[in-house]
Design a protein around this ligand. Structure first.
Ligand code: NAD
Length: 256
């Protein structure tokens, strides 16, 4: 049990990758905080974890809202006295380019995907002082490095998460907090399913998606969770300010 009784705060853990991260940390004995905006899904994950005898707390949280995040961090500290690990996972996608994207939509994507990382980290850091782990993991995306048309706000926010990961690692070095990131590729979650279902030819698209991976499958939330646990484990104590791409070989290939 690598994370016995460690307090792990995971944003957006009501679904997809965040839920996978919650499940994997819970299996290793961690106390799980689901910081999720959706009450129904947040409670559902908590019930599943508690039914298996895991220690878990749901705090409704909008990561883009300063007061909401501040209250969440305080609630965790009141309940469990410390925060050991923060996983900044909450994110939203919007398939629009600058010609169609409104100013409000830009702010909305930036608010959750980039400002959310800032706010969660800012308010959790003061409660990490007594931890022996002190790890922050930010979930970016392969879109931080190479992207497609009409995904402008998302790509910009995820690029910002990579830069923020490096700068936070420097800012927090004297606090003993390591900050690393993960760039997932195609991961089988509700976010991906929503996109695929919006297409005219979902089956053909998924065949194409499989063909551009080197490992004959797309990713699972557990693939990201395992990387997240590695980065927060003792094995990664010498790793800081790094961003690992977890994409089944997607981004190593050029079209020819
Ligand atoms: P998802 O849509 O399946 O789940 C996201 C969760 O975040 C949901 O439970 C949602 O309610 C929650 N959330 C949304 N806004 C929030 C807010 N303001 N405050 C708190 N919670 C909020 O998405 P996913 O696929 O699991 O993605 C998780 C993260 O991984 C995101 O940051 C996403 O950008 C990133 N990512 C996903 C993929 C993929 O292929 N699925 C690839 C690369 C990166």
């Amino acid at each position: 049990m690598r994370f016995k009784d460690k307090v792990v705060v995971i944003s957006g853990a009501g679904a997809g990758i965040g839920k996978g991260i919650a499940n994997e940390f819970a299996k290793e004995g961690a106390r799980i905080v689901i910081a999720e905006v959706n009450v129904e899904s947040g409670n559902a994950v908590i019930n599943e974890l508690q039914d298996q005898g895991m220690q878990a707390l749901f705090v409704q949280t909008d990561v883009s809202n300063n007061e909401s995040v501040e209250k969440t961090a305080a609630k965790v500290a009141d309940t469990w006295g410390t925060i050991d690990i923060v996983v900044n996972n909450a994110g939203i996608a919007l398939w629009k380019g600058i010609k169609d994207l409104s100013s409000e939509e830009w702010d909305q994507v930036m608010g959750v995907d980039l400002k959310g990382v800032f706010l969660m980290s800012k308010h959790c850091v003061p409660h990490m002082a007594n931890s022996t782990v002190k790890s922050i993991v930010n979930i970016s995306s392969v879109h931080a490095m190479a992207t497609v048309p009409n995904y402008d706000a998302y790509a910009a926010a995820k690029g910002g998460v990579v830069s923020l990961t490096r700068s936070m690692a420097l800012t927090l070095k004297d606090d003993g907090i390591r900050v690393n990131g993960i760039c997932p590729g195609f991961i089988d979650t509700e976010m991906l399913q929503r996109y695929v279902e919006s297409l005219d030819n979902p089956e053909e698209y998924m065949k194409y998606v499989l063909s551009i991976h080197t490992v004959n499958r797309i990713g699972t939330p557990a693939d990201i969770a395992k990387t997240c646990m590695f980065l927060s484990s003792e094995d990664a104590y010498f790793i800081n300010g790094q961003v690992i791409t977890v994409d089944g070989g997607l981004t190593i290939q050029l079209k020819h």
